[in-house]
Design a protein around this ligand. Structure first.
Ligand code: 13P
Length: 340
């Protein structure tokens, strides 16, 4: 393991004004996204959609890295260039999702554990050969009546830490993603409590596993009201609660926090990130690693039609630009008026 290289990749991923595109939807998830535009999820449609995103002119001004799915890491552009190479040529770092999904946790109804540790060492070595320089593993924590259990939180933290240690051994920067879901009618206070417990458990396990925090990135949820909570917290309350929670739980050696969007609308995800960065200086970079919040409008602009590619790429550039501005706390809703 070369700690300097890991540190350098981690800090490059959170360079000023830039963030990560999560384009690592599994086959099941991308099918759902394509269903929303009535497009069949064939290998060729998935390939051309990802190529559309990756070849967007100027995207590299705001996008430092892209998380890919296994299939995409092995696909080529229509000109025959491997997609990870297409990204690397633009100065965008290719990454790879390495978990095998969240499954029912036996004995704990309603809770999940992420699988994928078996054989991970071998897969990581192949992914590095294919051009990946960082990875992602997502754990899912559900808030509900009597949930989550501390056991579920700890089991997921343990798996995240084992994954992170294996990534360092392989010379890859792990993004550790403990996602407290926004599904449910819980309050923002409950979300803060559960996120705090989750992050405490995670950093304690990372320490037990001797993971060098300088070479990892954290991908958490923001602290928000549950989707169905009647009292929805506003932008400044969300920004303050999120920062308060992280200041209590996230060590300063960790270079950056790259938020997931988790079901927020694209504009909300940008506004929340902007408000946090506008609060002043923080010990870590506060950035984005958005899937839906970067891609939803792009899919709608594209609709699977070749004649819409330019419009879809303009839409992607615009969303990336808005989030790039939010990295500096300089976003304004006026930016939403895109030249038609
Ligand atoms: P969302 O931003 O759509 O939550 O996706 C991010 C991600 O990578 C989830 O694992």
């Amino acid at each position: 393991m070369n700690t300097d290289e890991l540190k350098s990749v981690a800090t490059t991923l959170v360079s000023k004004g830039k963030g990560i595109l999560a384009a690592d939807e599994s086959s099941g998830t991308i099918k759902k996204r394509f269903d929303s535009i009535n497009l069949e999820s064939t290998e060729e449609n998935r390939r051309s959609y990802r190529e559309l995103l990756f070849t967007t002119q100027g995207a590299e001004e705001f996008i430092s890295g892209v998380i890919l799915f296994d299939e995409t890491l092995r696909q080529k552009s229509k000109d025959g260039i491997p997609l990870p190479e297409v990204l690397a040529k633009k100065g965008i770092i290719p990454g790879i999702k390495v978990d095998k999904g969240a499954k029912e946790l036996a004995g704990f109804p309603g809770e999940k554990i992420t699988e994928g540790l078996d054989g991970l060492r071998e897969r990581l070595s192949e992914y590095r050969d294919l051009g990946a320089r960082f990875t992602k593993w997502r754990a899912v924590i559900t808030i509900g009546a009597g949930l989550p259990s501390q056991f579920c939180i700890d089991a997921n933290s343990h798996a995240l830490a084992r994954y992170a240690a294996l990534c360092h051994e392989a010379g890859l920067v792990p993004i550790v993603e403990p996602e407290v879901l926004m599904d449910g009618d819980h309050t923002i206070e409950r979300c803060e409590e559960v996120t705090t417990a989750t992050l405490k458990s995670l950093f304690s396990e990372l320490k037990n596993h001797k993971v060098a925090l300088e070479g990892i990135l954290l991908k958490p949820n923001m602290v928000l009201s549950g989707k169905d909570c009647p009292a929805q917290a506003g932008v400044s309350e969300i920004a303050e609660a999120t920062i308060r929670c992280f200041r209590q739980t996230v060590p300063e050696e960790m270079p950056g926090i790259v938020f997931l969007s988790g079901g927020q609308s694209p504009q909300e995800a940008t506004e929340h990130l902007n408000a946090m960065n506008a609060l002043g200086r923080h010990p870590w970079e506060l950035s984005f690693s958005y899937g839906r919040a970067l891609q939803e409008p792009v899919l709608k602009a594209w609709m699977g039609q070749a004649e819409n590619v330019t419009k879809a790429q303009e839409t992607f550039y615009h969303r990336a630009e808005c989030n790039g501005a939010a990295r500096h706390g300089n976003y304004s809703p006026d930016m939403e008026r895109i030249a038609a």
